[in-house]
Design a protein around this ligand. Sequence first.
Ligand SMILES: Nc1ncnc2c1ncn2[C@@H]1O[C@H](COP(=O)(O)OP(=O)(O)OP(=O)(O)O)[C@@H](O)[C@H]1O
Length: 299
Amino acid sequence: MIKVENLDKYFNKFKALDKVNLRVKRGSIYGLVGPNGAGKTTLIKHLTGIYKQDRGSIEILGEPVYENVNIKSKIGYIPDDLYFFPQYKIKDMAAYYRSIYPKWNDERYKKLNEVFKIDENRKINKLSKGMQKQVSFWLALSCMPEVLILDEPIDGLDPLMRRKVWNLVVEDVAERETTVLVSSHNLKELENICDYVGIMHKGEMLIESNLDDLKSDVHKIQVAYREDFPINLDKELEILHKEKRGSVYLLIVKGEKERIISSFNRYKPVILDILPLSLEEIFIYELGGAGYEISNIIF
Ligand SMILES: Nc1ncnc2c1ncn2[C@@H]1O[C@H](COP(=O)(O)OP(=O)(O)OP(=O)(O)O)[C@@H](O)[C@H]1O
């Protein structure tokens, strides 16, 4: 559905995207994460046909996006820096969208007014930042997009509205098989809705994976032994992080869960707990492996 291959982008001599690959399946939700300046917005601007790549290819629904009006009309896009025409009321902007998006749906527009309870006669530039974000969702979803591309979409929304918006997105995916790519720094919320995750760093795609696979490959372990920590375990296991808190060791270990448990059990621990890793912890650990300074961050 969305396919990016070996995408390079330069801003003058600065390489903002370096051989980026990305695949998003139809009807799935893909979370794009990465530290500030990683290249998420630059990548998104290629997916929406705003930027032209220097190298590589970008296809949506099997076609290149750049200067492709047909494909662009099937994409709903919420940028991080919203733009509305000055002086436009919501209903004017709706009329504009109606004129350029062939699948615009008036019934849906009216229905969504029950969620986004804002008078359509209000001037958009006079609304608060969060209300403008609501309007952008209202309009984007009324276009009945096949692909929804969201750049920091919940920024500025209150907690209740964030939930409502995520519900709408998930409903859209379930009912219409909409394909969603969303960039966000809110990893807790992404974790609840994403099927796939791509972690970017310094213009590269560090990891692209199914969220469940990503989570089942790394484990957080609390373990205590009567004696010292068995040194053999340091060799047997792929230990990514180890610290001592009182008599308990806290470790991040990569590998198959059953094998890890049996290794720890061989040395008869007095405490052994395996805890799931959150997306936030995976993000921090993976970036640490890529040279991002994480020494002041405690797992
Ligand atoms: N138009 C531009 N001209 C020059 N450099 C740019 C331009 N747009 C982005 N960059 C640079 O490209 C890099 C990636 O920026 P980008 O906005 O894609 O990051 P991001 O991952 O979206 O960051 P954030 O999480 O802070 O929004 C940054 O170093 C940025 O300074």
